[in-house]
Design a protein around this ligand. Structure first.
Ligand SMILES: [Zn+2]
Length: 354
């Protein structure tokens, strides 16, 4: 297969400009459009390529991402209200968004997202969410006040798939961090702007953390099992850790989702030095080996801890992150204050993995 050339520099800039226009000029009555943008950006990272090709995304896969995104959003927010119940943030200018009731039903029946995914009710919930995605945000996302800006995909889906236009997946992968930040910020502002939420939110709130932050309690539940598979050692310096951090191997700032196999036990100090950088290839090698040997054990612990398990997806995310880093000639973190460029070994490590 001959590779199709990726988007040119001009096309990349134009793409980002159009994303900004969608968010600024689109008419939003619900938060679905932010969720749709986040969902297709995530699927492009996991399944797309960096060339100029098209990419088919099953609407059911988008629907599953929707349920995952709204799982957090539709959790009870803030303190209990007078009658002992809890409030759920409004996601729509009118009646509460329908996705919230799909998620609430799953939550009531199954408690956690992990259990809901494994239940018999999951398929029906995805079907219902897929109908909603098709009927609402899919055609609305690219509709501005006076024009249609259909640069992401053609308006009508084909055989249950949304076909991303040539080069769109590559651009979503290249600008993933920027697009996620834009969509999350706009989503948060939308929720803050709804009068129905004003009392719930109050003057100061941890809304950003609630809507989009890492699930810290789930990460804490992973500490013991990760210490077990890493034999009590920091993944990076391999020295003994007593009370360490749970670090996101591909940094949270680049990919803000908790995936079980992306979590590692590390010294607080190693974690702090690494910060938002990708880890050097020698660490990538060790991380892949850890997941190859202990992948099942980590997966099993994560199901109990309510953290998403998707090892192939996690490896794709790492492949995307290292390719991006190589394109930018960015530095990777070795130890302490030391950084180094990629040698290219990351490619054979990741290709050899499966
Ligand atoms: Zn360390």
């Amino acid at each position: 297969m001959t590779p199709i050339p990726g988007p040119t520099a001009e096309e990349q800039v134009a793409f980002l400009g159009k994303i900004e226009r969608l968010l600024a000029e689109g008419q939003f009555v619900a938060t679905y459009k932010y969720a749709l943008l986040l969902a297709i950006a995530d699927l492009a990272v996991k399944h797309g390529r960096d060339d100029g090709g098209e990419l088919d995304l099953p609407i059911r896969a988008i629907a599953a991402e929707f349920i995952e995104l709204y799982w957090r959003q539709a959790a009870p927010y803030g303190n209990a209200v007078a009658d002992g119940g809890y409030n759920i943030l409004q996601q729509n200018t009118g009646r509460q968004a329908a996705i919230v009731s799909i998620v609430e039903n799953l939550r009531q029946a199954h408690g956690t997202l992990i259990r809901a995914r494994q239940s018999a009710a999951w398929d029906a919930a995805v079907t219902e969410a897929a109908r909603l995605v098709r009927d609402m945000p899919l055609w609305r996302l690219q509709r501005l006040r006076n024009e249609v800006l259909d640069f992401l995909y053609a308006a009508s889906p084909v055989a249950g798939n949304v076909r991303l236009k040539p080069g769109v997946a590559a651009n979503l992968r290249r600008f993933h961090a920027i697009i996620v930040r834009l969509a999350q910020t706009e989503w948060m502002h939308f929720i803050q702007s709804l009068p129905a939420n004003s009392q719930l939110l109050g003057p100061t709130s941890d809304l950003d953390q609630f809507l989009f932050g890492a699930d810290r309690s789930a990460l804490l539940r992973m500490a013991a099992p990760l210490a077990d598979v890493q034999k009590g050692q920091c993944l990076y310096c391999q020295r003994r850790v007593d009370s360490g951090d749970i670090d996101h191997f591909v940094p949270w700032s680049r990919y803000p989702r908790d995936l079980a196999h992306n979590l590692v036990l590390a010294h607080k100090q190693c974690n702090r030095h690494k910060s938002d950088l990708l880890a050097a290839e020698t660490h990538l090698d060790r991380w892949l080996a850890r997941n190859q040997i202990h992948g099942d054990a980590i997966g099993e612990a994560a199901r109990t801890a309510n953290v998403i398990v998707d090892l192939p997806g996690t490896v794709s995310v790492a492949g995307w992150a290292y390719a991006h880093c190589a394109n930018l000639h960015a530095a990777t973190w070795l130890q302490g204050d030391e950084v180094e460029p990629l040698s290219g070994r990351w490619q054979s490590l990741l290709i050899g993995y499966r």
